[in-house]
Design a protein around this ligand. Structure first.
Ligand SMILES: [Fe+2]
Length: 384
């Protein structure tokens, strides 16, 4: 193939107070009643109320499904879809980080295509465009509001299903930094590292293109400049706003270039142990970069330069190491745990690695890995 197809939400709004524009967009597609898909924590801290206040003021009816949990399962998707049907909704507002928006995408696909969510595990398996979805992001990391990808855990097989489906793209992606002020430092750190992983994996992915290269590098630059500030002071609106842009561009980059071995491995830690997605990525990123380095030293050297290093007197490999060391230091500063601090058990490494080899991120990885290679990277991270 000698062309590239690009995927993005139909509309995007980014910036302080942009949630107030939601009713105007609902008018565009004639939405009558929304199912808000979110989690209980976001209801408790008042984040969901920020959106429902806007809907109430505009006289727009809605129902709320707030039972989404991290690493959402097939049964949570089924419960959300049942609420959508019971409440006679005709569009969906996902409010959250990756998990609620992932469930919202699943409901959107099921509402028009029917069947079970397992039927869509893979690449472009639905036939019809999903019901209109408004994806309101509350973290600066997952990129779920931007992408055509969503992840649902198969609780029976203890594995994550990755659906990549352009019919799940949001009608409207919303990134309002005022929604992110309440995000605690540990979650800001984890989701910010998820965004960095998206950008770096997209920048070295086999399906990269000039469009994804450009936005990936700018996302990397902004994260290097603003993530630590956003973690230290959640009310720093300049940092929050720039992390919004970074995570949006990182999401757009990986949605169009693909991911890689970090995500392929991190999905297994999430499926097996419920490890927070951003934490799993952050832990694995430097180790996968060391593994990948012989395949793409010049690309990682670009990453070092983007972080602000003068690489003019370094070899490409030395510059690549500068980027890796920078990431390791950043992770210490913002409090990312080690793999040995998580539920990971070395005894599981063979099964985790075999599953990682089947993940859709793996074919995009710049270095072709064997199952033994994946095992070694897990163990390197564990015994570090
Ligand atoms: Fe991710």
């Amino acid at each position: 193939m000698n062309f590239k197809e690009l995927y993005q939400p139909v509309h995007t709004i980014i910036g302080e107070g942009c949630i107030n524009e939601i009713p105007r967009h609902v008018d565009h597609f004639g939405g009558k009643k929304a199912l808000i898909v979110t989690d209980e924590g976001l209801v408790q801290i008042g984040t969901v109320k920020m959106v429902t206040d806007v809907l109430d003021k505009a006289g727009r009816p809605y129902a709320i499904f707030s039972d989404v949990k991290p690493n959402p399962t097939v049964s949570i998707v089924n419960q959300a879809k049942a609420a959508y049907d019971r409440e006679n909704c005709d569009y969906i507002i996902g409010i959250g980080g990756g998990s609620p928006i992932d469930v919202a995408k699943a409901v959107s696909i099921l509402a028009t295509n029917g069947g079970k969510i397992e039927d869509y595990n893979g690449l472009e398996l639905s036939e019809k465009k999903g019901q209109p979805l408004i994806a309101v992001n509350t973290t600066a990391g997952t990129g779920s509001e931007v992408t055509r990808a969503f992840v649902v855990t198969d609780e029976v097989r203890k594995s994550k299903m990755l659906m990549v489906d352009s019919n799940s793209l949001a009608y409207l992606a919303v990134n309002d930094p005022t929604m992110m002020v309440g995000m605690p430092p540990a979650l800001t750190a984890a989701t910010g590292m998820d965004a960095l992983t998206h950008a770096i994996e997209a920048y070295v992915a086999n399906s990269r293109c000039p469009f994804t290269d450009g936005i990936a590098l700018e996302a990397i630059r902004l994260i290097g400049q603003y993530l630590e500030r956003a973690v230290k002071d959640g009310t720093d609106m300049e940092a929050r706003t720039n992390m919004c842009w970074a995570q949006y561009m990182g999401g757009l980059a990986f949605s169009n270039a693909g991911l890689g071995m970090v995500h392929a491995m991190a999905h297994q830690l999430g499926g097996f142990y419920d490890t927070l997605h951003g934490v799993a990525n952050a832990i694995l990123l430097p180790y996968v970069m060391k593994y990948n380095l012989p395949s793409c030293p010049e690309r990682y050297a670009d990453v070092a330069q983007t972080f602000g290093f003068d690489v003019s007197k370094l070899t490409k490999t030395q510059a690549a190491y500068a980027a890796i060391l920078y990431i390791e230091e950043l992770e210490k500063t913002i409090g990312i745990p080690k793999l040995s601090d998580t539920a990971f058990k070395p005894a599981d490494v063979e099964e985790l690695s075999k599953n990682a080899m089947k993940d859709t991120g793996m074919p995009e990885n710049p270095r072709k890995a064997t199952v033994e290679d994946v095992e070694k990277v897990f163990l390197n991270a564990y015994f570090a």
